[in-house]
Design a protein. Structure first.
Length: 497
């Protein structure tokens, strides 16, 4: 009841005309910036941080929250329409959303994503209000072996369900892990795969990898096939969801938050793992497995809902522990410190108006995001009516701008082209792209957690399975790997009977 009373007070703060204006500006800016490949929510918040110096803290953080959610949806828009993720959390949306767009159902995919963001963000924020202290307490107890087990689960889950074979999925994952090794060893400081280049010492940014593999690789692949035919503009399709679409997606919209929120709330969480796992879960539960890879709408609805709920979850550890789990919350932590505010267990007592106003503004931002982007879905989808040579030339231009904006180095453009050629080769030989991106995103963290767990156990491998949580996760991995063989055995047994 205390939380509910505080939340109602927060709505009184968030619904003032000025704060509503900041929320609307944040959602619009976030969506517009998120549409640009490589310019994700973290960069948007960082760029706008100096602009808020003259604002009061409540207004500034309400605008930041709008930018966060708006940029996540903007990244999904280009991921679905152009196969060009605006940020790493939008990578999964391309797997089913882009085939839907190419078949003339881009507006439906965008509508499913918008409603998914609304459902996931709303449920995630409700969980934030109800469970923040409990989840924060549990997160403190999760150690290195548990983190490593979760990352292995993500690797196995994605490589086992994507592509024509598990071998190709594993090959793609190894490419990503290799790219993730580039840079300095975090413990020894030794250079790895840098070829003596100082510019590579900091590693390859995941945004450059995602944009290179998806956008540049796709543009090169299309260009290689345009010589065989000019290619007709893709129809926009109906700008609404049918009853059949809603029947297929409503369960995915509701399942996504319960996958996304816990991963966002634990330290070292974020939206990447839960979107991958939500995609895997929806594919396993689907009654139409033949549609996956060709435009299954559940593959858009579930991951997008999980991503939005994860965004709400990341605020748990940032507000209650002062521990940022994503780049956006790290920038927001810097903004808190700019105002002389230190997030932590006492923040809810010392800055109650600010915290509950921020949480209430998340609900307001979700409504604004849905109200703005549902009507705009067919407008965004009209991008697909641009002739493909012009469309992909524009994609390459914005991909180059986004890659250059990451570090401001010319070598980033060279790396983008090289990774784009790798993406082209992966398409040529039937390797799925997603495991490679997952390897880059999670590979360095998995290595760090593996080393930390082994150091704690003095090099004993048993240190990786010395917690009930880790044992449970590894048990899930065994079931996931053995399930196809078990299913075939059960099917043969029934047919023999």
């Amino acid at each position: 009841m205390d939380a509910l009373t505080s939340l109602l007070d927060g709505f009184g703060t968030a619904l003032t005309p000025l704060n509503l204006l900041w929320a609307a500006i944040g959602v619009l800016l976030g969506t517009a910036i998120g549409v640009l490949p490589g310019i994700g929510p973290a960069m948007a918040v960082a760029l706008l941080l100096p602009v808020t110096y003259g604002l009061d803290p409540v207004g500034a953080f309400i605008m930041f929250a709008g930018i966060y959610y708006g940029a996540m949806f903007g990244g999904s828009t280009t991921s679905i329409l152009l196969n060009t993720p605006g940020e790493s959390a939008a990578v999964v949306a391309a797997l089913e959303g882009n085939p839907m767009a190419r078949s003339g159902r881009g507006a439906q995919a965008l509508a499913a994503a918008a409603i998914g963001h609304f459902a996931g963000g709303t449920i995630g924020t409700v969980l934030l209000v109800a469970l923040a202290p409990t989840v924060a307490g549990l997160a403190v107890d999760i150690g290195a072996p548990d983190y490593f087990a979760l990352m292995v689960l993500a690797f196995v889950a994605v490589t086992s369900v994507l592509g024509a074979s598990r071998v190709r999925g594993l090959a793609s994952l190894l490419i990503g892990l290799t790219l993730g090794l580039v840079g300095l060893d975090g413990l020894t400081g030794q250079q790895r795969l840098t070829f003596g280049s100082l510019q590579l010492a900091d590693g390859i940014d995941v945004v450059i990898v995602a944009v290179g593999l998806f956008a540049v690789g796709e543009a090169l692949w299309v260009a290689a096939h345009l010589r065989r035919g000019p290619g007709e503009p893709i129809p926009v399709g109906r700008p609404w969801l049918s009853r059949g679409d809603v029947r297929r997606t409503w369960k995915a919209w509701l399942r996504g938050p319960f996958i996304g929120f816990p991963f966002g709330a634990i330290p070292a969480g974020g939206a990447e793992i839960p979107t991958f796992l939500s995609y895997v879960a929806e594919k396993r539960l689907s009654k139409r497995p033949d549609e996956w890879g060709r435009g299954a709408i559940e593959g858009v609805a579930g991951p997008e809902s999980a991503a939005s709920a994860s965004a709400a979850g990341t605020l748990v550890s940032m507000l209650t522990l002062g521990l940022p789990t994503t780049a956006v919350t790290a920038v927001m932590l810097a903004a808190f410190q700019q105002y002389g505010i230190q997030p932590g267990p006492l923040l809810f007592e010392r800055e109650a108006d600010l915290v509950w106003g921020l949480i209430a503004s998340l609900f307001v931002g979700m409504v604004l995001l849905l109200a703005l982007n549902l009507p705009l879905a067919p407008v965004w989808a009209r991008l697909l009516r641009i002739p493909r040579p012009y469309l992909y030339a524009g994609i390459l231009f914005f991909a180059a701008v986004g890659a250059y904006a990451v570090g401001g180095e010319v070598i980033d453009l060279v790396i983008l082209l090289v990774i784009g050629l790798i993406g082209f080769g992966m398409r040529r030989y039937g390797l799925p792209v997603l495991p490679a991106v997952l390897g880059v995103v999670l590979g360095p963290g998995a290595e760090q957690q593996l080393r930390r767990a082994l150091q704690i156990s003095d090099g004993s491998v048993t240190g990786l399975v010395d917690t009930p949580f880790a044992v449970t996760v590894y048990g899930t991995i065994v079931v996931l790997l053995a399930w196809p063989a078990l299913r075939r055995a059960v099917t043969r047994g029934r047919s023999g009977a």
